[in-house]
Design a protein. Sequence first.
Length: 305
Amino acid sequence: MIRSVVSTICLNVRACLVFSLASILYHDVSSLSVSSNLVAANSGEMELNVWKTAASEVLQKNLASRKTSALFFGDSILRFAVSDFCDQTLSHVWESIGDIRHDKSAGPFICNVTHSATLLLEFMQYGFGYDLPETPAFSFGNPSSNSKMALEITSKHVAALGITVDTVFLESNLWDIGRHEDSFQHIPWEDYTREWKDNATEMIHLVDKLFPASKHVWISTCISPADTRKERSESLNRAALAILPGSWTYIDTENILHHDLHYRDGFHLDAQSTIPLVKYLLEVVAEVDLSGVELGPYRNQQRSA
């Protein structure tokens, strides 16, 4: 059966190589069975990307199931942190996961960390406002502007690949401040923060529900003291700490980095800060072995917000 299918597909040499790799890595060929109608119709003109997609999914399933996995669900603060770490370690970034394609601005950023049995998964979320008006989300790279819905979709894609998430890192801050500035300035910040705490509590409960066996971690946001949003950002950090269940861990980013903070634009930390931060989160919190990973000197990180 394998021989006949491969021989038919080998009319296209490049497609044959990709499909053969998929067949070797994943012994259950039935899950990659090709429609007889498709095979019969001009096999020489088959789209190579069909087989690339099949091989990519097989590779993801085969490799991801063997990794210690850390899921980062936050705003661009975490997006830069994970993308910097993937870049610094020369780790391959997945082109897609399920039907969510990677975008250089919005992610998701998923990589198998080079020289480590570690899988990093970063998905963008746009704050904890669930009722209209929602925070405006990019029209690419994200499954939904509603963060709860986005996390549910994300968990399904992750589960479909057989990935067991060992640690979930959650963060939300600047999009929530932006939502207040854009749509709710008529509401006093203290009242808005109380609503935010209710919404954040819902998200925390959802994380507990979707990933019950994982470690659960909240990461604080630390923007520059010169940023006009600094006090409101800190107030949301305090609000998050106040509502976290005892089973969760709260990470004070400024303390972890010993208050030695480097910024690329005033509120996004630069590689000099993001890489030590992610290293700490993985080694100390997620208990990942990074002994074989080379991290320095830091490469120049230039990516738009």
